[in-house]
Design a protein around this ligand. Structure first.
Ligand code: BTN
Length: 259
């Protein structure tokens, strides 16, 4: 069990594996069998790592791959915001462990360094009668990965590549859970207070983006994130549109701004 400074634990029991298809699959079976909140599945590598929107997640040895079982008390309308919470957790951990790196959140679930993806969050929820039975939060962070295959090499990076040295997985894990526990307890009380942190850490404010929203592709300028976690986009037509974090997917950012 990892007990953080606050004495609470989202990491009550850890199952460690050297190689699995996906930690999501194992977490889901354990959750269905009644495993409590704070059960964590962590693997050194995944052979079928899952990303958002049916993408795969490159998962060789050297990365951090985990799924944590959550049993939140809030209604299912809050679920989509949990991926923002996970992304903030990753970004805050990177900022603490590697303060020289300008890590940011790319709505809704990415952690990026100068537009290159370094971590991501995948949520899978089981609902019954509009009640959330459990949520699996999957977190992947490119810690000590040295090389990425093409074309991922164009869009991804790792802490090791950025820093030029390895990072202790244990230290990162401890920091991550400390951040997640803080965020999770305040999240359950008050989502709007999150918006400040999201604004502070977001890479997209004012950016010109292309995004996919279900079956449509949209171009526009990011104006903000609202209290529901939706991205506020000003379309080329001048109209404003709000995109749900469950449905939206950033395809491209166009500014040349460097952080
Ligand atoms: C994304 O950005 O597309 C989400 C990536 C989530 C990857 C993690 S790695 C641990 C867990 N197991 C998986 O198969 N996926 C998530």
């Amino acid at each position: 069990m990892i007990i953080t400074k606050k004495g609470i634990s989202l990491c009550k029991r850890i199952y460690r594996f050297s190689s699995v298809e996906s930690t999501m699959k194992i977490a889901s079976s354990l959750a269905k069998e009644g495993a409590p909140e704070g059960t964590v599945i962590i693997a050194e590598e995944q052979t079928k790592g899952k990303g958002r929107a049916g993408h795969y997640w490159f998962s060789p040895k050297g990365g951090l791959y985990l799924s944590v079982i959550l049993r939140p008390l809030f209604s299912s309308s809050y679920l989509s915001k949990l991926s923002l919470m996970g992304a903030i957790g990753i970004v805050k951990s990177i900022r603490e462990i590697a303060p020289s790196l300008p890590s940011k959140i790319r709505w809704p679930n990415d952690a990026v360094i100068e537009k290159r993806k370094i971590g991501g969050v995948l949520l899978e929820a089981r609902r019954e009668n509009n009640k959330v039975c459990f949520v699996i939060m999957g977190i992947g962070v490119n810690l000590n990965i040295e090389e990425f295959p093409f074309p991922l090499s164009l869009t991804a990076t790792s802490l090791k590549k950025e820093l030029g040295h390895s990072i202790s997985l244990k230290d990162f894990l401890l920091t991550l859970f400390e951040k997640l526990e803080d965020l999770y307890s305040s999240f359950q009380k008050d989502f709007p207070s999150f918006l400040e942190e999201i604004y502070l850490f977001s890479s997209l404010m004012g950016e010109q983006v292309k995004l996919r929203n279900e079956n449509e592709e949209l171009n526009g300028q990011v104006q903000g994130i609202d209290e529901e976690g939706n991205l506020i986009l000003r379309l080329e037509s001048g109209l404003q549109k709000r995109i749900s974090p469950e449905k939206g997917f950033i395809v491209n950012e166009f500014s040349n701004r460097r952080w």
